[in-house]
Design a protein around this ligand. Structure first.
Ligand code: 9MR
Length: 356
């Protein structure tokens, strides 16, 4: 609503300028810049997870990203399978493109992700070696990637999703099997040794499911911090849904912030409107309004935490047209603040309204 009013005011000003300029001097017509954007209005960095192929090849996508965001997370380009496809080969091109693009447009890059149980290349899955060789592989991957972007990437998701869904223990993973549970602490130390200035995050999902998963995350992070491990922040992914009650989002954000005292990144925000996988669902105005209310509440709650803990908010993808959700769950969905035609949705207006 606020954006609509601003646009209207802009239009009236444009009309006024045009008229007076035409009378005074036809050549001094200046375009009116309507600079409402997430990056301009948000008091903390506002970002998106981006697809490098779309950044390179899709003008609408690129222009929207440039206009709205000042923080970028690579959706896939820095995952181990892509960036380190063979033991002796790193594939830097997409990651380099993203970092150059961010520099050019005055954005920060948040690196994602150094250590994950998923998206491992076959050479790691099939690797044969003793514990020293595994440790060497692990350390070398982390340090090679962090070192390449030292001074250019200021923050990293060091370990992603190490806890199980229920929050009852660690998730089974190759890293756990080969390196033991302390692989998490060692990953942070290795990353820190490679770039002592980088801010290092533990990233996971389900802080908003309820206290069990949330406390598992908080306890893991506090344990690392208390042991002197260089950890600076918590990424809460926040892949949530329109029918989750506000109190779950509120306690995820405020409890995690208060209890860890670390930087908080809402790192992968999206709000699904079709969590029950209805193949025929239509995105109605009612659904759009419900989604807008959820976005507004989450952004407002985050805005209310300690200023020095607000690392930022990142949406996972840019528009409904490039969201990971429809493809992954094989259903229609509209989880983001921009529609598939690159237009701002009510969810967008509701985020902006928090900042005004
Ligand atoms: O959006 C990503 C999708 O394109 C990939 O196929 C998938 C597997 O690598 O990962 C998705 O991103 C995930 C992120 O890296 C970690 N948290 C959950 C995200 C959604 O699955």
């Amino acid at each position: 609503m606020t954006t609509a009013i601003q646009l209207l005011i802009g239009l009236i000003m444009l009309t006024a300028c045009t008229k007076s300029n035409l009378t005074d001097n036809e050549n001094t017509l200046e375009p009116v810049v309507l600079d409402t954007s997430l990056r301009n209005l948000s008091p903390f960095p506002f970002g998106a997870a981006v697809n490098v192929g779309l950044l390179k090849n899709n003008n609408n996508y690129r222009q929207l990203v440039v206009r709205e965001f000042n923080s970028l997370t690579p959706e896939n380009a820095m995952k181990t399978r892509f960036i380190h496809p063979q033991q002796d080969t790193y594939a830097w091109a997409d990651a380099d493109y993203l970092v150059d693009f961010a520099d050019e447009h005055n954005m920060r890059v948040h690196g994602h992700t150094l250590v994950w149980y998923k998206n491992l290349p076959d050479w790691i899955i099939n690797f044969q070696g003793d514990s020293i060789a595994w440790e060497q592989l692990f350390r070398s991957h982390i340090q090679t990637v962090v070192s390449r972007y030292k001074g250019r990437i200021g923050s990293w998701d060091v370990v992603n999703e190490a806890l199980n869904n229920e929050g009852t223990g660690m998730r089974p993973s190759l890293w756990l099997t080969k390196l033991g549970p302390d692989y998490i602490a060692r990953a942070f130390q290795y990353a820190h040794d490679a770039d002592p200035d980088a801010l290092l995050f533990y990233n996971d999902y389900g802080n908003e499911y309820g206290p069990t998963k949330r406390n598992a995350i908080i306890n893991l992070v506090k344990g690392l911090k208390d042991a002197g491990v260089p950890i600076h922040g918590v990424g809460m992914q926040m892949h949530t849904r329109v029918n989750r009650e506000d109190q779950f989002h509120a306690s995820a954000i405020t409890n995690t912030a208060t209890e860890t005292g670390l930087l908080i990144h809402i790192a992968e925000l999206d709000i699904a409107v079709n969590p029950d996988n209805n193949p025929d669902l239509v995105f109605t105005e009612t659904l759009a309004a419900q989604q807008a209310q959820k976005y507004g509440h989450i952004v407002e709650t985050f805005t209310g935490i300690n200023t020095n803990q607000r690392f930022g908010i990142t949406t996972w993808n840019v528009t409904d047209g490039d969201s990971w959700i429809p493809g992954t769950y094989n259903r229609p969905d509209w989880p983001l603040p921009f529609d598939a035609s690159y237009q701002r949705k009510p969810a967008y207006d509701s985020i902006i309204a928090v900042f005004e």
